[in-house]
Design a protein around this ligand. Structure first.
Ligand code: TP9
Ligand code: MG
Length: 571
């Protein structure tokens, strides 16, 4: 008797179990590019998970990173085998260096045909991903997929949070699985898990004594403090004891933009950008540096706070100190940041408020710099661009909302210093990995995480055009991101380094011929305008913010850097 094919089996497969378990852990979006494994997975196997097709796997990795960062939950990205997986690897590098709980998934050759570097498109994916992930594994038996997802989530949500990777041979991905096997419910940590050292309260007691004795203590806050849920407690403590708060690039927004105790974020470029001894003003008078969730990868280097007189240092972190050679604190408290701040709050209950050291000259310098009324015929200056973005963001966002995203380039340091951030992760940039091209995918992740809030993106021509194909993705998803491309037809930051090292530029290594970014945007379905003055830029930003669709503004810019002010960049 001949059998009539009834089409593909509808019995549950590994793909069903994979997506269902990701969903159980809170994943609602998988970003990626699908390859021939499409024969084994359609991505509609589990209810409640959307697939977002990107133009490049790097975009998928970064969008997942930012969605995970803002939501505090694991998020997922997908690539096909071989080149898809290697394209994804820079996104994975971003989430290891920027600390984000991303579950990276990639197809692999059939399980009987895995001969890395010999089989068509077959690379040793796990070996490639292992050094930049917290967990990397290849599925061997279909029934194990649920457990592998659980392990991947557990590793990703452990401080320092970071990516996990699962390689999925295409035949196993499409295999039917035994659904009768019991699986306990998915256990997703409510917040990242960290190390809690025995006796940390004793170290915390020493920290409290140092705080009591200090004249000008300063809190230096990193993103692990945000991840621990400590922001309200830090704000309350800072306000009660009048402690200035200084942050890394990505911990901006721990205190709102205009808060009197918000002493800003620091970068090694700040003295050079402002032509002002900013680091000396911020840190010189401090006698106690209390770091909360400090992470060297966030690029605030201990050498930056070692200005002025002797300082005592206290490190509070949910990880053992990975960098004793560059930062050996006087007191090391290894515990959850929120637990520490609550403990310190109790221990300093009767303590009189401190007198924060005066940074008025720096604030005046910044205000004067940003207000720069000049018209430059050769293009705006980036501080004018950021000032315009801040103005329109303040008009557009509800209190405590809004996100400014920055790609990587010289302009990024103006964003770190001056961009408004009125909520934690209200300013996003890749501090740790700093891959250019970060801008569009990060803005996608931010807009998806905060759908009702404005998202402004600033990107340089170099970084933006390295990954501009995903303009089509934001158009397809109709994400109302307002992008400003600051265009100097150059990799400006690298030209600065040429001048720092050689006192001259070498154009072939840094200069481009012009790209019409407005035409590029329109070709991808994104409305666009050009702005050559502050007034035109503010008007264009207002238009973009009210549009409800993606909008791009191209702004010709120029830098007038003097190479003398960048000494803080040498370690
Ligand atoms: N390749 C990658 C993937 N990432 C980085 N960061 C580099 C190379 C080195 N950095 S920041 C930068 C480079 C080439 C140039 C940025 O140029 P831009 O036009 O985006 O910004 P700007 O303001 O410096 O000109
Ligand atoms: Mg440029």
């Amino acid at each position: 008797m001949s059998r009539v094919s009834t089409g593909p089996s509808t019995n549950p497969t590994t793909a069903h179990a994979l997506l269902r378990r990701l969903h159980d852990h809170g994943v609602r979006t998988v970003f990626g590019v699908v390859g021939r494994e499409a024969a084994s997975i359609l991505f509609d196997e589990a209810e409640g998970i959307d697939f977002v097709l990107t133009r490049h796997e790097f975009t998928a990795g970064v969008a997942a990173d930012v969605l995970a960062r803002i939501s505090g939950r694991p998020q997922a990205c997908w690539a096909t085998l071989g080149p898809g997986m290697t394209n994804l690897s820079t996104g994975v590098a971003t989430s290891v260096l920027d600390r984000s709980p991303v579950i990276a998934l990639a197809a692999q050759s059939e399980s009987h045909d895995i001969f890395p570097n010999d089989t068509h498109q077959c690379l040793d994916s796990v070996s490639i991903m292992r050094p930049m992930t917290k967990y990397a594994v290849e599925l061997q038996r279909p029934d194990e997929v649920t457990d592998l997802v659980d392990s991947a989530v557990a590793a990703a949500m452990t401080e320092p949070v970071g990516p996990s990777f699962i390689s999925l041979p295409v035949d196993l991905l499409g295999s039917e699985i035994d659904t009768s096997l019991p699986h306990p419910g998915a256990r997703t940590p409510a917040k990242p898990l960290g190390v809690v050292e025995d006796g940390w309260q004793e170290a915390a007691g020493k920290a409290a004594e140092l705080l009591k004795a200090a004249q000008h203590p300063v809190l230096v806050v990193g993103a692990a403090a945000i991840r621990s849920g400590a922001v309200p407690a830090i704000r309350a403590l800072a306000e009660r004891l009048r402690l200035p708060v200084i942050t890394t690039y990505i911990a901006k927004g721990v205190l709102p933009h205009g808060h009197e105790l918000n002493y800003g974020a620091v970068t090694g470029y700040m003295d050079g950008i402002l032509s002002f001894p900013a680091l000396e003003t911020l840190f010189g008078p401090a006698d106690l540096i209390l770091t909360l969730g400090y992470d060297y990868a966030e690029d605030l280097r201990p050498s930056m706070w070692r200005h002025g007189g002797e300082k005592t240092t206290v490190r509070v972190s949910p990880t053992a100190n990975p960098i004793p050679r560059v930062y050996r604190p006087d007191v090391d408290v290894v515990t959850d940041v929120l637990a520490f701040v609550e403990h310190l709050d109790g221990q300093t209950a009767g303590l009189a408020a401190k007198t924060p050291h005066d940074i008025t000259p720096l604030r005046e310098r910044i205000a004067e710099f940003l207000a720069d009324p000049r018209h430059y015929d050769d293009g705006l200056r980036v501080h004018q661009v950021i000032d315009a973005m801040n103005t329109v963001m303040a008009e557009t966002a509800a209190e405590g909302e809004g996100t400014i995203v920055s790609d990587i380039g010289f302009f990024r340091h103006y964003g770190v210093l001056f961009a408004r951030a009125d909520q934690p992760f209200g300013f996003l940039t890749s501090a740790g990995c700093s891959s250019f091209g970060y801008g569009i995918p990060a803005a996608m992740g931010a807009q998806l995480a905060r759908p009702g809030q404005p998202t402004f993106l600033i990107a340089g021509d170099g970084g933006f055009h390295s990954n501009s194909a995903d303009l089509e993705t934001i158009a397809r998803l109709n994400l109302p991101i307002v992008t400003v491309v600051v265009n100097n037809d150059a990799n400006g930051l690298i030209e600065l380094y040429q001048n720092m090292g050689h006192h001259r530029s070498h154009d072939p290594a840094v200069k481009f011929t012009g790209v019409d970014f407005t035409a590029l945007a329109r070709a991808n379905g994104v409305e666009a305008a050009r702005a050559a003055s502050r007034e035109e830029l503010v008007a264009a930003l207002r238009k973009g913010a009210g549009l409800g669709r993606p909008f791009l503004i191209e702004v010709p810019v120029n830098y007038d850097f003097q190479t003398g002010g960048f000494g803080a960049l040498s370690i």
